[in-house]
Design a protein around this ligand. Sequence first.
Ligand SMILES: Cc1cc2nc3c(=O)[nH]c(=O)nc-3n(C[C@H](O)[C@H](O)[C@H](O)COP(=O)(O)OP(=O)(O)OC[C@H]3O[C@@H](n4cnc5c(N)ncnc54)[C@H](O)[C@@H]3O)c2cc1C
Length: 416
Amino acid sequence: MHYSVFSIISQAFKGQKDWKPVWRYPDPKAEYEILIIGGGGHGLSTAYYLAKNHGYTNIAVIEKNYLGSGSVGRNTTIVRSNYQEPGNIPFYEHSLKLWEGLEQDFNYNAMMSQRGVLNLYHSDSQRDDYARRGNAMMMHGVRADLLNREQVRDVVPFLDFDNARFPIHGGLMQWRGGTARHDAVAWGFARGADSRGVDILQNTEAKQIRVENGKVTGVETSRGFIKAKKVGIVAAGNTTRIAETAGLRLPIESYVLQAFVSEAIKPLIPCVVTFGAGHFYISQSDKGGLVFGASLDYYTSYAARGNLPGVEDTIEEAMAIMPSISRVKLLRHWGGIMDMSMDGSPIIDKTGIDGLYINCGWCYGGFKATPASGYCFAHLLATGESHPVATALKLNRFETGYVIDEAGTGAQPNLH
Ligand SMILES: Cc1cc2nc3c(=O)[nH]c(=O)nc-3n(C[C@H](O)[C@H](O)[C@H](O)COP(=O)(O)OP(=O)(O)OC[C@H]3O[C@@H](n4cnc5c(N)ncnc54)[C@H](O)[C@@H]3O)c2cc1C
């Protein structure tokens, strides 16, 4: 069913009775050509592009819970491509370009809003660092604007510019960055994949990847064994647990990250703002709630719930840049599991096991990557070759030492 203004008007005359379910609830088949483990944003976009770009229809996505129950429905919705490392910029820019046409492409309203992403700087050395990042972006054809203090004040006048400890000196702006409605992205990809024949199997947990003579043969699931020629692990925070069943140890650790939403207030924040003296980011949803978050809870965990020190740290950072919101009530907060890689950059690659592929290491920046991750993983699964914008995102970089360390913190996953 095609969604358009005409379908809305015609349904209004029919008493809204003819809307079709957005996806089917099929039973698993005995065998698929490709089986994707994980029905988050990346798994669903992989299935979508496998069907759309490569003509695969005999494929399935297995999801242990319901669609959107993982981090795709728990994130703070920031979309951007303001990276610095040559291995990352082309990939994230490819993703942003896909975002720009996504809603038309999958015919679903994902509420993509290019309202701008502003990274504040608070010292001369940080300004130099951001200038370097902006230059790196521009060398790859990605626009970046280094704003001085007064230019920042024009955009976000309510910030505490003269905070004694962290005065705001300026910011790096990517105007094309912004936000999208996170769960709608999962639903849009699911609908697009389903309509092309992909089986989306909810409440189907992968228990064990079966490998015989160095080749993958299928997956034991909570609904029985499913045979597959190729299997892709796209399980974000649970990647290591599933890979372990095939005997793989990956350079990934899982941590919790929390998100927060306040009560709705009148329009205040026009873009996404990030605090450069800490790790705090804030935007305002279309409903008026302030949506914000900060750093990880610093211990490894597979539980999608956070702890109070993380809450305290986040609120302190909020007060450092925006004391004006100190009386705004916090409405809800929650946690999600982050697959933190050792260099802070993702992995889209084959493994040493024939037919087994991985897509992981998204850390807390995987939402913005959702379209390109699926696009490039589908390319790899279909052709056996890395997509040109993802050639640096290989697993063997942890052997060769050609890591992509944006933060420069070394093999310390919880610091990226
Ligand atoms: C609080 C928070 C804020 C964030 N903010 C941002 C942001 O602003 N911008 C940004 O770019 N990124 C952000 N992220 C990161 C981003 O959300 C993730 O990197 C991204 O969603 C991960 O990919 P995914 O959508 O496929 O993951 P998920 O949605 O977690 O999908 C993985 C799926 O695999 C399923 N699964 C796991 N094990 C199994 C199994 N054994 N069998 C079957 N299925 C299984 C899970 O149930 C889950 O649905 C944030 C994350 C969090 C938690």
